[in-house]
Design a binder for this molecule. Structure first.
Ligand code: FMN
Length: 430
């Protein structure tokens, strides 16, 4: 047996080697490797508005805490003297083998934390092979982001607009851009009550941030032009703040035509108003799901499912996957933590469709606990956003490599060599 082939090399060992070898020359990782330090560094770096939007949750943020507390209630019971020298962290999802049970979840308005926004995340995702889920509220049109990824896997997240035509247009654009699944987020039929943003009077979308999927869409543009054509002339308005003016210039640049003409035209402001009027449809019910199902052949994944009855009903309705999620605690205060909801959802759907989990995932050990409880994969949210804010693309890449590396080592150190060996028997209630 070749000694180096049996030394446990894998993503975890490689990541450690890289860090410790660089340390000999005085180099440290670009961003902290543990989430609490990462979040603290981001708190120092980000603007108040960016931090409020990213870190904030609904109401008193009890759900943000519940998402973490749910992980703290589980402990892993390691096993010894098993050959763990070679490990396989990969999982299969919708016909694709992924390097680890991990995806980058959809996060909107990334331009608040870094000017390269979705593009930096896309490059980091492509470099690591971890799929990126494009947000419906992205800062960069999905075609541009997809073009930065080569053949690397990407999914599209959709909010259910009041315009069926817009929903169809976004679906078709996602298909053409090579997205391999559509994630429909159901927990945001209205924006949650978010005191940090309310106290700053700050909604990125009202400033034209995070609406690039819309302003790049032909159906949306037509809706804006119709709104302008039928709108009554506006009376005198108070002057917008300098930040709002800067945002308006950004939007005017995104619109076809010259910047000067666009700034004079009512289009950018009307785009924001049109977005606010149509972005979500609180009236959707189970009956609408069939319509969506019939509009795309891509796997359909419902995000934001927490009740086992909803999970069962979703699978009966023909969806292909679920994401158990509290939206990072941003929608309902005092909700059940996502990981607390996971076992019942998994029991309800059995192995009929894959169940994914996000909200509160901070480390490779967290991913191991969630997969042991039946999640096929986890989605990262704030962790990679902080990496982006601190160091752009390399920051995101490091966060992903750290989580995957720790997952690989924890898998081996608990006596396992493959993800499908992880079952609830690996865990104990704390
Ligand atoms: C700043 C921010 C923006 C988000 N934007 C979206 C979005 O556009 N669409 C969506 O489905 N989820 C969105 N989410 C929710 C994430 O996809 C994910 O559910 C959540 O971040 C997971 O929790 P975590 O941040 O605690 O890991 C957003 C989350 C954050 C923090």
């Amino acid at each position: 047996m070749d000694a180096t082939a049996r030394n446990g090399a894998g993503t975890g060992r490689r990541r450690q080697d890289e860090v410790y070898r660089a340390g000999v020359y005085g180099r440290r990782p670009r961003v902290p490797t543990v989430h609490t330090a990462l979040a603290a560094a981001a708190r120092r770096r980000l603007t108040d508005r960016a931090l409020g939007y990213v870190a904030g949750g609904a109401g008193g943020e009890a759900t943000v805490r519940a998402d973490r507390a749910a992980f703290d209630r589980w402990q892993v019971v390691p096993r010894v003297l098993r050959d763990v020298s070679s490990r396989d962290t990969s999982v299969e999802l919708f016909g694709r083998r992924l390097p680890a049970p991990l995806l980058l979840g959809p996060v909107g308005a990334l331009e608040l934390v870094h000017r390269e926004a979705d593009l930096a995340v896309a490059r980091a995702a492509a470099a690591t092979g971890v799929p990126m889920v494009f947000s419906n509220q992205a800062s960069v049109p999905l075609e541009t982001t997809a073009a930065a990824m080569g053949d690397a896997p990407r999914w599209m997240q959709l909010y259910w607009s009041t315009s069926d035509e817009l929903v169809e247009s976004l679906l078709h654009r996602a298909e053409r851009a090579g997205c391999e699944a559509v994630v429909v987020t159901l927990d945001t039929t209205m924006l949650g009550w978010r005191p940090r943003d309310l106290d700053l009077g700050h909604l990125p979308f009202a400033l034209g941030k995070g609406i690039a999927q819309y302003t790049s869409d032909p159906v949306f543009r037509r809706l804006v032009e119709e709104r302008v054509a039928t709108a009554a002339p506006q009376g005198r308005q108070p002057l917008p703040t300098p930040a709002a003016v800067r945002a308006l210039v950004g939007m005017a640049k995104a619109w076809p035509g010259s910047l000067a003409d666009n700034l004079r035209s009512p289009l950018p402001r009307a785009a924001v108003e049109t977005f606010l009027a149509i972005y979500s449809r609180p009236s959707i019910t189970w009956d609408d799901l069939a319509w969506l199902r019939s509009r795309t052949s891509l796997p359909l994944v419902l995000k934001g499912v927490l009740h086992p009855d909803d999970a069962r009903r979703a699978v009966d309705a023909g969806v292909d996957g679920l994401v158990v999620s509290t939206h990072g605690g941003r929608q309902v205060d005092r909700s059940i933590g996502a990981l607390d909801a996971l076992p019942d959802v998994v029991a309800a759907v059995g192995d009929r469709v894959p169940v994914l989990l996000d909200s509160g995932v901070r480390s490779g050990a967290d991913v191991l606990v969630a997969t042991a409880l039946g999640a096929r994969a986890c989605l990262l949210g704030r962790s990679y956003v902080y990496g982006l804010g601190l160091a752009g693309e390399p920051g995101v890449r490091q966060v992903v490599e750290d989580v995957v590396g720790e997952f690989d080592l924890t898998l081996g150190l608990t006596g396992h060599t493959a993800v499908d060996q992880l079952t609830p028997e690996v865990l104990r209630r704390a």
